[in-house]
Design a protein around this ligand. Structure first.
Ligand code: XMP
Length: 318
């Protein structure tokens, strides 16, 4: 592997030489890759960096505040947060088909990002967190007929926005990106974060997405993650999340009959997400997660655990 200290220095020099006095636009999601790219750029070119974070209304509890704080406190970078949740949620009204949801979210993201970009003069570059694995994947068998889910990233930008690309992570792997991030001063919690899909909670609510269900899902997710962190399983797993199934079932709470929604807990082990197995979480931990979600989250009376691996299932449900 590379020595990440000297790798960072080398990249910073490269970026400075390439950018000169121009500006660089960088979409920040809070995920590891885009955060490390933004951190490198902040170090290299300071306020010539235009870091844009789009709040699509499909983020997890406190996510926006956490991302903003991490950038400000650790890197001294003030993110430009665009609150576009109303637009996203409005356009998702009545939409139930997964690919259509993904398409709407992806297109809206580009539209919002484009509108923000137009406000800044002198941008000549776009920075992206492309990894070596992405480079390999895009040159292998991946024609349109092979598209299983339309993954959302900044690939579909309009013609005028096809700025020169800056992709400082193109030669390295995820584990190296993490080391680099620590080297650059990003907090551990950010570096060890599980992957989170671009369409966010929008593809973790089966069927139509609305604010009420988003709130229910956020609460369930917080509880599950608390239990997982407390038992050390967050670090041991690739991804862990909850899915709101939109399946109602009968239950009993105290003396009352309930007829409420079901939450599915999905926890998987993987090395790159291309394949995955469901995590063999001890039953007592699952029991705590289930009991706490049902007790603490109004609107949920049943919790199930997903025991499917990928393939043939995928990691996300939509
Ligand atoms: P699937 O569900 O296809 O997911 O097994 C594989 C990995 O990709 C993540 N994922 C996405 N990431 N944009 C992303 O950036 C997306 O649209 C998207 N969809 C899925 C998923 O969370 C898992 O890590």
């Amino acid at each position: 592997t590379w020595n990440m200290g000297s790798f960072a220095k080398e990249k910073i020099e490269e970026i400075r030489a390439k950018v000169g006095s121009k500006k660089v636009l960088c979409g920040v999601s809070g995920g590891v890759d885009s955060s490390v790219v933004a951190a490198l750029l902040a170090e290299a070119i300071g306020d010539q960096l235009v870091p844009v974070f789009v709040d699509n209304g499909l983020l997890r509890a406190n996510e926006r505040a956490q991302v903003e704080a991490a950038f400000k406190v650790r890197l001294g970078v003030e993110l430009i947060t665009v609150d576009a949740s109303d637009i996203f949620l409005e356009r998702l009204k009545g939409i139930t088909e997964p690919e259509q949801k993904r398409k709407i979210i992806g297109e809206t993201f580009i539209e919002v990002f484009e509108k923000e970009a137009k406000k800044h003069n002198g941008i000549e570059f776009l920075a992206q967190g492309t990894l070596y694995t992405d480079v390999i994947e895009s040159v292998s068998v991946k024609g349109p007929s092979k598209t299983i889910k339309s993954h959302h990233n900044v690939g579909g930008l309009p013609e005028w926005m096809k700025f020169d690309l800056i992709e400082p992570l193109r030669e390295i792997f995820k584990d190296e990106v993490r080391i680099l991030g620590l080297e650059l001063g990003l907090p551990k919690e950010m570096i060890n974060r599980h992957p989170f899909p671009g369409p966010g909670l929008g593809i973790r609510i089966m069927g139509e997405v609305n604010r009420e269900d988003l709130e229910i899902l956020r609460k369930a997710d917080v509880v599950m993650l608390e239990e997982l962190r407390a038992t050390g399983y967050y670090e041991k797993t690739w991804q862990a999340f909850t899915v709101l199934l939109n399946v109602k079932s009968v239950g009993v709470m105290g003396d009352n009959r309930t007829y409420d929604n079901t939450v599915c807990v999905r926890i998987v082990e993987a090395t790159d997400g291309m394949t995955a197995t469901f995590a063999h979480i001890p039953h007592d931990i699952l029991e705590n997660i289930s009991r706490r979600i049902i007790n603490e989250v109004d609107g949920i009376n049943r919790v199930v655990y997903d025991i499917s691996s990928k393939p043939p299932a995928t990691i996300e449900w939509e």
